[in-house]
Design a protein around this ligand. Structure first.
Ligand code: SF4
Length: 208
């Protein structure tokens, strides 16, 4: 009932305005608006209300936009990362991406929550052998631990020749399993490094 009263009141006010200001009322009709604004096809200013004209893109006040690639899967959809005050405020599809042309699936469209989630892990976690809890490691210490293990296991499982003395020159002690966040350049470097180390078990989730 309240809505009916509101509509009736609105129509009454418009009718009263038309009686008092017939010329401006006529010029406000769609066809005169198209003629006076030059918007002959009625797809521009002639069909936008003051409210619409006052509307801005919700990310218009971003300081800058960075280009990136969705971190989730091997499709590699392009993303635009909107930044304000050095903080990521939104991530949307990149219209210029030849792969996705502005589209993101629901997972990629929720990438902003990956960046800003309060549960995001930002420290190196390590659980020692037989340990029951995770502990924080300094990143440099973690890198050193990984390097030590690579060298040790490469050496321990090195195969110079097979049973018939044919050359192998490989190690079965280390392997590489890449994830979706790796791009072509990173995968290229990983492949070179592990092949140079003698590893033959090298896999990745390659991007297009
Ligand atoms: S937006 Fe979806 S389909 Fe595209 S890369 Fe991300 S997860 Fe894959």
């Amino acid at each position: 009932m309240a809505e009916v009263r509101r509509v009736v009141g609105d129509l009454t006010n418009r009718a009263a305005h038309a009686v008092r200001h017939p010329v401006s009322t006529f010029l406000g009709w769609p066809v005169p608006r198209q003629a006076t604004t030059g918007d002959l096809l009625g797809r521009g200013p002639a069909v936008t209300s003051p409210t619409t004209r006052g509307t801005t893109h919700r990310l218009a006040d971003a300081d800058r936009v960075a280009r990136s690639v969705c971190p989730y899967c091997a499709v590699g959809c392009g993303q635009r990362v909107f930044v304000r005050d050095e903080k990521v405020i939104q991530i949307e599809g990149d219209l210029d991406s030849p792969i996705s042309r502005g589209r993101l699936c629901p997972k990629g469209a929720a990438s902003e929550s990956l960046v800003n989630s309060p549960t995001r892990l930002t420290k190196v976690l390590h659980r020692r052998p037989h340990g029951t809890d995770w502990e924080h490691l300094d990143p440099d210490e973690a890198i050193d631990m990984i390097a030590d293990r690579v060298v040790r296991d490469r050496r321990a499982h090195w195969q110079d020749v097979d049973d018939q003395q044919r050359p192998l020159r490989r190690t079965m002690g280390i392997a590489s399993l890449g994830g979706a966040t790796l791009d072509n350049e990173e995968n290229y470097l990983i492949k070179k490094l592990f092949t140079a180390l003698g590893a033959i078990q090298i896999e990745n989730q390659a991007r297009i």
